[in-house]
Design a protein around this ligand. Structure first.
Ligand code: BG6
Ligand code: MG
Length: 215
């Protein structure tokens, strides 16, 4: 019986991909990197801020010191946080809030497992913090998905064995991370049929029978 559900944040509870893209694009422009595009941005999903920066810098002819890279990542994060200021409850993805309410009603614990260090801020802005029991985010881990660390930390914070946790993910790296951590998964989002999750749904509003998934 599943006792805890761990949700990826971006693409599962809320969509901030476009904002990440715009913030990186602005930084790339300042650095004279004109080739950074949406295909590059797809590879940034689920990976850490520094790994995302490396993807931007692939198309730069210059090399940067670690100190310079830290400054560039900080600068992007300032742009991103400014863009997050407009985020609100209207940005919650279909079925997300209702799912958290259903699970709480059934006594199932819930957590977020996200690479983003901005996860607490984003959850506060979209009004989902009160419906979540724990947050495991980029502030808690050193390894990116497909490493299971962020989900294992979430399970530990919930006080649960990974074998009784289910992960909800929209990215292949996240589904792999769940499996690597010994957890079942529910794949959602545009690629839900191709991710290899234990269960599949277009988005959380399409899940009609939670009893079946939790059993
Ligand atoms: C993930 C995003 O949720 O968080 C990645 O999918 C991003 O694109 C990562 O790089 C880290 O985000 P932040 O907010 O810590 O810069
Ligand atoms: Mg995601």
């Amino acid at each position: 019986m599943i006792q805890g559900v761990i949700f990826d944040l971006d693409g599962v509870l809320v969509s901030t991909d476009e904002l990440h893209y715009q913030a990186w694009k602005k930084l790339a422009g300042e650095l004279g990197i004109t080739g950074f595009n949406r295909e590059d941005n797809k590879r940034q999903r689920g990976v850490s801020r520094m790994a995302s920066l490396e993807i931007v810098l692939e198309k730069s002819g210059k090399t940067y010191t670690d100190e310079e890279k830290a400054e560039l990542a900080d600068r992007k994060n300032e742009y991103y946080k400014a863009m997050l200021s407009g985020l609100s409850e209207k940005d919650v993805l279909p079925g997300a809030k209702e799912t958290l309410e259903i699970l709480r009603g059934k006594g199932v614990l819930t957590a977020v497992g996200s690479a983003s260090k901005n996860a607490p801020l984003i959850l506060e802005k979209i009004g989902l913090l009160p419906l979540l029991d724990k947050i495991s985010c980029g502030l808690d881990v050193t390894k990116s998905k497909p490493d299971p660390e962020v989900f294992l930390v979430a399970a530990k914070k919930l006080g649960l064995n990974p074998s009784v946790c289910l992960v909800v993910e929209d990215a292949a790296a996240g589904i792999q991370a769940a499996a690597a951590g010994g957890m079942k998964s529910l794949a959602v989002g545009p690629l839900y049929e191709t991710l290899g999750g234990t269960y599949q749904a277009r988005d959380l509003s399409y899940v009609k029978d939670w009893e079946e998934i939790l059993k």
